[in-house]
Design a protein around this ligand. Structure first.
Ligand SMILES: [Zn+2]
Ligand SMILES: [Zn+2]
Length: 241
């Protein structure tokens, strides 16, 4: 399966990543990608950019090195009510909003019911499109319940390539998330979570997970720019073409 879009990438602006947006786009072009989402960490993470950075993303061209660049964020879930670290009026103007749990921002909890409630509340935020690395085993959730919530709200769950490396113990959860989405016939998005240009479009772990559960290709949005933009426009009008 050819994945021509990477929906989760970081630049040097995140504070602990190494490449500029120009380097990320050039590397994506060299690898044959057609689109990337630039999704630096939200302001609650140490070293991450201030809120104004995300408003200023709109100054970037929509295409760099021939690659479509979605101006996005990976917002931090800052409490177990599902609050995020950027105001709604900033999120609203972005092309793509990921939100996820991060250990350095919110102390992990093994309370599955609480984590599930938080994640579902995040999915209820009208400006959130997808949950990043929902399989993180430090924040266990009721996977079928989260998948049903994603379906009801027309939102997305990510199959994160980096989880196998930086979130050990998450592989089983990632597989179960893929299975739950397959059962409910809801699409997934794939993200490399690249923190260097060398890793943009790296999907070997994601591909392995999808293959292991016979995930249908037509439900992987990263195979087509048209399919991806249509789905995102369906979540809320944002005029992506
Ligand atoms: Zn993350
Ligand atoms: Zn990330």
């Amino acid at each position: 399966m050819k994945l021509i879009i990477d929906m989760h990438t970081h630049t040097i602006a995140s504070g602990h990543a190494f490449s500029t947006i120009e380097e990320m786009a050039a590397a994506a072009a060299a690898k044959g990608l057609r689109m990337i989402a630039t999704t630096d960490h939200g302001p609650a993470m140490e070293g991450a950019p201030i809120a104004m950075f995300f408003s200023a993303l709109l100054m970037l061209p929509k295409e760099i090195s021939g690659v479509r660049v979605l101006r996005g964020v990976e917002a931090n879930i800052v409490d177990y009510d599902g609050s995020l670290d950027l105001p709604q009026d900033v999120l609203k103007r972005l092309d793509f909003v990921l939100a996820g749990f991060h250990e350095v921002v919110l102390r992990p909890s093994k309370d599955r019911a609480q984590n599930t409630r938080a994640m579902i509340n995040v999915l209820e935020n009208p400006y959130v499109d997808a949950i990043s690395h929902p399989g993180n085993s430090n924040y266990p959730v009721d996977i079928p319940a989260v998948a049903r919530a994603a379906r009801e709200r027309g939102k997305l769950l990510e199959i994160n390539n980096n989880s196998a490396v930086v979130r050990p113990g998450s592989e089983d959860n990632c597989r179960r998330i893929a299975e739950a989405c397959r059962e409910l016939k809801i699409p997934v998005i794939c993200g490399s979570d690249a923190h260097t240009s060398f890793n943009v479009g790296a999907f070997s772990n994601t591909q392995k997970i999808l293959k292991s559960v016979n995930f249908p290709k037509e439900l992987v949005l990263n195979t087509s720019v048209r399919k991806m933009t249509k789905f995102l426009n369906g979540i809320r009008k944002r005029g992506l073409k």
